[in-house]
Design a protein around this ligand. Structure first.
Ligand SMILES: Nc1ncnc2c1ncn2[C@@H]1O[C@H](COP(=O)(O)OP(=O)(O)OP(=O)(O)O)[C@@H](O)[C@H]1O
Length: 250
């Protein structure tokens, strides 16, 4: 394992993966510092989802280092292990339990962390109640606590699912296109919400909505054809001729 991963939260170096000879990820290197929020942008097919799949153990890279928390070689772990190590992922489409209340959804997420056996003998503790209160507050859902998830707006369902991730207290949250389909007001609120979450967690956000990425106000990595095309502030990458040619100018 390379020494340079030390001190980083997520370290990808020289990562490649090919599907039927097509390199979806091609010598990708990326370093996330502890406590950092990073936005990943790039054209369709750039490899953003595949990169997340590699980090979460869904896809094994053909080559390269994928190191979590400075020392854990993620290529040696499966998806369940990686979730338990503290990497939570939110997919684009919300998958909340529609017929359950908001609070029950969060409780189920806490249960998942606890495991099946403990859950059999489970009585909601003061600590859990506090955790749920905190998450409801963060996700702007306190007033909807007893509402069935089916009755939430699309944006609120996305926030609830982010809350379910928080219930598992991950060190790193991977969030895939959180604002797709949201209203402008929900999009703005989501940027605020993620910035709050990033005060205590590291976050990687994949998103196409440039207005939202601007609101996040974090370092941006532009992927194209499976590699990093540019990295820096949104203004910096937006003025990069390669980025304009491959992505923004399209
Ligand atoms: N399991 C697979 N088998 C074959 N090809 C795949 C597989 N997964 C991804 N690909 C291909 O790899 C490339 C990268 O896809 P990926 O979904 O990672 O891109 P993306 O940046 O997430 O795109 P989008 O913005 O459209 O979600 C695409 O050309 C895709 O067709």
């Amino acid at each position: 394992m390379t020494k340079t991963a030390k001190g980083s939260l997520l370290y990808l170096d020289g990562v490649s993966v090919a599907f039927d000879g097509f390199k979806a990820i091609n010598n990708l290197s990326l370093v996330l510092e502890p406590g950092e929020m990073r936005a990943i942008i790039g054209p369709n097919g750039a490899g953003k989802t595949t990169m997340m799949d590699i980090v979460t153990g869904k896809t094994r890279p053909d080559t390269g280092d994928v190191i979590f928390d400075g020392e854990v070689d993620l290529t040696r772990h499966d998806e369940t292990d990686i979730a338990a190590l503290g990497i939570g992922r939110k997919f684009q489409k919300p998958t909340v339990f529609e017929s359950h209340t908001v609070e029950d959804n969060l409780e189920l997420a806490l249960d998942r962390r606890r495991g099946v056996f403990a859950t059999l003998f489970y009585d909601q503790t003061q600590k859990d109640r506090e955790a749920i209160d905190r998450i409801l507050e963060t996700t702007r859902l306190t007033a909807r606590r007893h509402e069935r998830a089916a009755n939430l707006s699309h944006g609120q369902k996305q926030w609830l699912e982010i809350g379910m991730l928080l219930a598992q207290n991950p060190k790193l949250l991977l969030v895939d296109e959180p604002v797709a389909g949201m209203t402008d007001a929900e999009t703005e609120e989501t940027a605020r919400l993620l910035r709050e979450i990033a005060q205590n967690h590291s976050v990687v956000v994949v998103e196409h909505d440039m207005g939202f990425v601007r609101e996040l106000d974090v370092k941006v990595t532009v992927l194209a054809e499976g590699s990093v095309l540019a990295e820096g502030s949104l203004d910096h990458v937006s003025n990069d001729s390669k980025v304009i040619e491959n992505y923004l100018g399209r």
